[in-house]
Ligand binder design. Sequence first.
Ligand code: ADP
Ligand code: ASP
Ligand code: MG
Length: 420
Amino acid sequence: MAIIVQKYGGTSVADPDRIKAVAAHVATSVADGNQVVVVVSAMGKTTDNLLALAQQVSSIHPVRELDMLLTTGERISMALMCMALADVGVDAVSFTGSQVGIITDTAHTKAKIIEVKADRVREAVALGKVAVVAGFQGVSIEREITTLGRGGSDTTAVALAVAMNADVCEIYTDVTGVFSADPRIVPMARKLAHLQFEEMLEIAGAGSAVLALRAVEFARRHGVPIHVRSSFTWEQGTWISDILSEGESTMEEPVISGVVHDAAESKITIRSVPDRPGVSAALFEPLAAANINVDMIVQNTSKEGSTDVSFTVPKSELQRAEKIVQQVAKEIGAQDVTSESDIAKVSLVGAGMKTSPGIAAQMFRVCAENDVNIHMISTSTIRVSVVVAASDMERIVRALHTAFGLDGDTAYSAPLPIRK
Ligand code: ADP
Ligand code: ASP
Ligand code: MG
């Protein structure tokens, strides 16, 4: 008997028919003799709609209240899922994150999990029930309701899989696995049958929507295999683990496994920053203290004792970050602070890059040939990222996919559900 954690994303539970389809699948998994824990996201665009409502009633929306509001989305799904399960003869019980003891730090809207107690999940499973847990949420060490950041239901699922010592964490979504690029942008993208954690970490870290970064980090640390697959076709998807399947060898890792895009960041530039020791610390320390995630940083060479610094932050943090940077700019005697939101990050990821020099140069050549201007560059041992204009994003993702020989033989053929 296996212990399986199954996570269903927003599109997978978007309407009553989808909830019934998922319930039928859970019933099959139970009938096959597995112990099943289900994690659900909010239905369809519920989280976006709740955020829009918050914007409409307030320009401040205190983060404690925002978390109170956003967690209701997953609560709706879990209750409806248990009702649908009752109809197919499965004994199920729903729990909020706080009920199952998902203990987090106090960082509202992007809390980190500190501990997963999961006692009530274990009790339910021991009684032969399916536990249905609301994703994306927990309770802080100060007993406040928190959320884990966008896409956080993936993290809930992996954290529960670790706590339950599950055999696998299945992430059900609206595509049939992890592809060499988002099949919504690149129809010729290829499904990757198996990815090592290191590669999936870079893909998620580069901003791919398909799996939350924290979930991958958790799974890697605890060695829980993840299976990303479709709740529409139920076919075999992509396995993420460090276990090699038969016939697989790390000797010939593909140089590039995928092209990743991320349109969720903005760029901030400060001009005429005095070029002296301590200035970067003065700038980035307050951003770190405010828990703002700075991604790429570019500093120009100094000219006449001053320089320009540009960096990216999540779009959702831009307002907060700009306020802080404006204050710091005044203190250190820098000139103006500007921001740009119509940018996108495009990355090439591949474990084989370590031993193949020249990938970055080749990537820049493809950008040049496609008349795409590069605003920023960053690299790791297995990733090269460029920031480009948002309007160039889709075109350059497709061009890179083709140029690096990633196009498959056939176009993506499963239905691509529209996100309502
Ligand atoms: P869910 O609501 O199920 O969590 P997400 O929107 O978070 O779904 O993630 C699934 C989406 O990720 C897909 O619909 C697809 O458009 C997008 N995506 C981006 N990059 C990839 C990729 N490399 N492979 C597969 N899907 C990707
Ligand atoms: N509902 C949350 C979101 O839309 C969490 C999730 O779906 O993973 O980000
Ligand atoms: Mg998701």
